[in-house]
Design a protein around this ligand. Structure first.
Ligand SMILES: O=P(O)(O)OC[C@H]1O[C@](O)(CO)[C@@H](O)[C@@H]1O
Length: 532
């Protein structure tokens, strides 16, 4: 029997927020001119991350009510239940302990909140992953022909692809110890071209295949794995020799063993790690191969630093809570159904699709944990990509379209690309980020536009004719998430920030962020069609 979960709309703070939202809302232009605006900024110690949320469409009174809502919805007790390993994934009766994969966020000597058994399992599998990655990178672990591996192909989809692929793209280029010549490739799509295109340039005798699947049943992954193993066969890597080229990462090791993946090359994780939260587990092996075990452990430590902040910072200064509650205000009180994520460092090219799965597969829910229908909107439609490219594509709609799209910008303070003019590139990137954040917030009204046109030398009468087309409503709520650098540690902290944001929003809406029954129907129908 499901314990009843109160609708958030019955909470006093929700009702207060509804009243505040019903009052006339000052334009962000005016809000930004109000004193005390600078208070809407916060940083998480030890993570290198800070958030400027001065351009969110609320004032201190609304912000205070939003933090009260978080308290009334029991965000803190729900957070503690997650860290204590309680079965908060109620529809599957599972704990949600991806946080345990990053190590304990306690002072040295204190027991981990999830207990020593889980701590021991995690540490021993992490050590295996790190050792394996370093041996492959060093050329100590040889292929069946005695050669060092030159290429790794990770075959997986969804959570078994997006996280490690995103992080490898972001980190491999600048990890100084990643110059081993080992190339890491990813194939997710079962369209034949995807796997063909990846394998055709590779040498089977020096290629390591990783098949990553929590269930080890996903049809797309198994189809690609069959083709890749056939490619090894065709390249003369057959029978027992093939074992040296095969790796399985799964929570179902019996299934991978039955399919012929060697035990020594099988890395496991557990049912309490959701696919979209699994980059910290053995599923991070391709990332460890791309950046080395030292950097991989730094990545985990970054996640752990954000966990420590999430567990201890007051709600009003707590970065995951800030992102989550800004989102709740925009989604539920300003009625904005979407959320744009605009990343300015180009190494974060895959960050938005990664967060898209994390957020939409988690909070795309329509009933609460007790099975009752939600009477408020839940997870937003999250979309995005690289901000600068977006400026020359869809930002027009943000500035002058008929949708109001809240934006989260991500930028970095420092740049270490080994190019003589890298600092100039960096200046241009951050200048654009700051300009877009401000332009979307303040816009430009018709009077200011007319003045600007006249200052350009336009005839005032002619200028008046098209002043509306040259004006910008602004008032687009946005925050900027600043990283001091894009290192493994900081990326780990950034991912954990988003994981906890999703957690807080689910806690507010009373939904289960950790199941994904919605994707099952299509899978079942595909199977039924296959069986005629
Ligand atoms: O790792 P598996 O079991 O192959 O699943 C891959 C993905 O499929 C899903 O179950 C549904 O698309 C995701 O949640 C998961 O990340």
């Amino acid at each position: 029997m499901n314990a009843p979960v109160p609708s958030p709309t019955t909470l006093p703070a929700w009702q207060q927020l509804a009243q505040l939202a019903a009052a006339p809302q000052p334009h962000l232009r005016e809000r930004l001119a109000q004193p005390g605006r600078a208070a809407l900024q916060a940083a998480a110690e030890g993570t290198g991350i800070r958030i400027d949320f001065t351009r969110q469409a609320f004032d201190e009174a609304i912000w205070s009510a939003l933090t009260t809502l978080a308290r009334e919805a029991g965000v803190e007790s729900q957070r503690d239940a997650m860290f204590a390993g309680q079965a908060i994934n109620t529809s599957e009766q599972r704990a949600v302990l991806h946080v345990a994969l990053r190590g304990t966020p306690c002072a040295k000597g204190n027991a981990a909140p999830w207990g020593t058994v889980i701590q021991g399992l995690v540490q021993s599998e992490l050590n295996r992953v790190c050792e394996f990655a370093d041996r492959v990178r060093a050329g100590d672990l040889k292929s069946s022909t005695g050669a060092a591996f030159t290429d790794v192909v990770n075959i997986g989809i969804g959570g078994s692809d997006l996280g490690p692929r995103m992080a490898a793209d972001a980190l491999a280029p600048l990890c100084s110890d990643s110059q081993t010549g080992l190339r890491v490739h990813f194939v997710s799509n079962p369209d034949a071209w995807a796997v063909y295109h990846t394998l055709r340039g590779l040498n089977p005798t020096t290629t390591l295949l990783i098949v990553a699947s929590k269930t080890f049943t996903t049809q797309e992954t198994m189809t690609n794995a069959t083709t890749a193993r056939r490619w090894l066969d065709d390249g003369g890597i057959t029978g027992t020799a093939q074992s040296a080229h095969l790796v399985a990462i799964t929570a179902a090791p019996r299934k991978s063993a039955a399919a012929g993946y060697p035990e020594a090359h099988t890395f496991t994780f557990w049912d309490w790690v959701g696919g979209r939260y699994s980059v910290w587990s053995a599923l991070g092996l391709p990332l460890a191969l791309a950046i080395g075990s030292t950097a991989f452990r730094e990545f985990l430590a970054g996640g752990q630093a954000m966990d420590a902040h999430f567990r201890s910072a007051p709600l009003a200064q707590n970065l995951p809570v800030i992102l989550a509650m800004s989102g709740v205000w925009n989604r539920n009180f300003l009625n904005c159904p979407t959320q744009l994520l605009a990343c300015y460092p180009s190494r974060l090219v895959r960050f938005a699709p990664f967060v898209q799965q994390m957020d939409m597969e988690s909070n795309g829910k329509r009933v609460r944990k007790d099975g009752q229908p939600c009477d408020s909107g839940t997870g937003p439609i999250l979309w995005g990509g690289l901000g600068i490219d977006g400026q020359h594509a869809y930002f027009q709609l943000l500035h002058q379209g008929t949708h109001r799209v809240p934006v989260e910008f991500i930028g970095v303070d420092t740049e270490d690309t080994p190019l003589p003019l890298a600092a100039e590139h960096h200046r241009v990137v951050n200048l654009n980020l700051r300009a877009q954040s401000q332009a979307l917030a303040v816009g430009r009204d018709e009077a200011a536009t007319l003045q600007a046109l006249i200052a350009e030398g336009r005839d005032p009468e002619q200028a008046a004719e098209f002043v509306s087309q040259r004006s910008f409503p602004g008032n687009v709520p946005n925050s900027v998430i600043w990283l001091d650098a894009l290192t493994p540690h900081r990326l780990g902290a950034l991912i954990a920030l988003y994981e906890h944001k999703v957690f807080v929003q689910a806690a507010i809406w009373g939904i289960n962020a950790y199941d994904q029954w919605g994707v099952e129907l299509g899978k079942t129908m595909a199977k039924a069609m296959e069986n005629g």
